[in-house]
Write a protein that binds this ligand. Structure first.
Ligand code: APR
Ligand code: PHB
Length: 395
């Protein structure tokens, strides 16, 4: 016999989308159970995104999980766009009326949310196996899973599919109900985490003959750097020396700026794609975050989109439980997708402007350089970049 648990909202996945949703529901007096198939250590240590929009920072602060972020996060008010060996600052503060971004690793956001959920007695279960969902098109959806060799069932009113791109929720929706939109890019990013203070106070996005490069950071002691590479690049062909050499080449600036090297703590290659599924809901299942959409990392939007979905879903559920009004829940997908597509556009645009494409011709390259020249010389163009980078309004 399976152990049966009852809750209002069953949440699958303890990434930013699932945890933000669970904490917001808790603050509104709505019960949830979060089921995560990885260990707590794994989700708190994996190297993921690290740039928080102003809206994400404000939300985490309002939720009472912003204290360490305020202390340890690095607030930036601009980025450097580097091409033809010259840097050009995009001044977010001036262009957006004082907004900025905060550098604070996704793993730290996840730690803060886990701590808050567990301190409040929240039901957050790690290392659950064989998660499946059923009866999502009825008023009594269920989640089944195994934990510590026992079969368990969660009976709930709604299910939130926050289980990332490779999760089980999206594939549980009957075929024919969803439309997928996808673009796979013909390149990837080779990323390193290095034990060295960032060589610049702000992020540097570089367009170079050899391909794109990015200087980012996690803390005042840890740098995060990326190089455009083949989508299936064999990392074993990249010694630490070769990586640093290529970073020096692509990030070089005539101003005399130099890149400081350090111990490489971690390295890996990730492919790049744009992906959206429509609609983001079916019956009583709501998809949030990477389970519904993926953006290429240029522009750092994945984490922020996941948090925004969690916030919108929490609002819909609050409307339902406090006022019996299902209208917002019924329009969840529509509300999210309007913003998702704008963010997709921005991420695609940044990616297209800054990378070398295998099928490009000399016209394309001239056009990319003209685009960079325009963005860094026209206030109107710079403002469109800045307002997207610091984050569009929720709705
Ligand atoms: N059962 C339970 N949990 C699952 C399952 C499953 N079958 N499949 C996946 N998960 C868990 C993953 O282990 C992960 O912890 O769901 C969680 C999904 O979290 P994220 O991948 O972080 O997705 P999301 O919360 O949408 O946040 C998106 O993550 O990939 C980055 O750049 C992306 O920053 C963005 C953010
Ligand atoms: C990162 O620090 O991991 C990062 C920063 C900016 C991006 C993408 C990734 O555009």
């Amino acid at each position: 016999m399976a152990k049966i648990q009852r809750t209002q909202v069953g949440i699958i996945g303890a990434g930013p989308a699932g945890l933000v949703l669970s904490q917001l529901l808790y603050l509104q007096g709505i019960e949830s159970i979060v089921l995560e198939n990885r260990s707590r250590h794994y989700v708190e240590e994996r190297v993921r995104a690290g740039v928080l929009e102003q809206g994400t920072v404000d939300l985490l602060t309002d939720m009472g999980v912003g204290e360490r972020m305020k202390r340890e996060g690095l607030v930036h008010f601009g980025i450097d766009l580097r091409f033809k060996g010259q840097g050009h600052r995009i001044d977010f503060h001036e262009l957006t009326g004082g907004k900025g971004i905060t550098i604070y690793a996704q793993a730290e956001v996840v730690k803060d949310l886990n701590n808050a959920r567990l301190a409040a007695g929240g039901q957050l279960l790690f290392e659950v196996d064989n998660v499946s969902i059923r009866a999502i098109d009825t008023a009594k959806p269920q989640i089944r899973y195994r934990k510590d060799d026992a079969d368990c069932e969660v009976h709930c009113d709604f299910i939130a599919g926050c289980d990332g791109f490779h999760g089980i929720c999206r594939p549980s929706i009957p075929s024919g109900m969803l439309t997928e939109y996808e673009r796979v890019y013909p390149f990837g990013w080779l990323g390193i985490l290095a034990q060295v203070p960032p060589s610049c106070d702000e992020l540097i996005y570089a367009y170079h003959d050899h391909g794109f490069a990015l200087l980012s950071m996690r803390t005042p002691e840890i740098s995060r750097l990326y190089l455009q590479c083949q989508p299936d690049e064999d990392i074993s062909g990249w010694s630490d020396d070769k990586i640093w050499h290529e970073l020096h080449t692509r990030l070089a600036a005539s101003s005399g700026w130099t890149l400081t090297e350090g111990l490489v703590l971690q390295k890996g290659v990730t492919g790049m794609r744009s992906f959206v599924v429509e609609p983001m809901q079916y019956g009583r299942l709501y998809l949030a975050g990477d389970s519904a959409h993926i953006v290429p990392p240029t522009g750092a939007k994945g984490l922020n989109l996941a948090v925004a979905d969690g916030q919108i879903l929490a609002r819909g559920l609050e409307e339902y439980y406090s006022r019996g009004n299902r209208q917002m829940l019924d329009h969840y997908s529509e509300i999210c997708l309007r913003r998702v597509w704008k963010v997709q556009r921005f991420s695609w645009w940044m990616t297209s402007m800054l990378h070398r494409f295998p099928d490009e011709n000399p016209f394309d390259r001239r056009r990319q350089l003209a685009e960079l020249d325009y963005v860094t010389s026209s206030q109107a163009a710079a403002r469109t970049l800045a307002e997207n980078y610091v984050g569009l309004p929720l709705d």
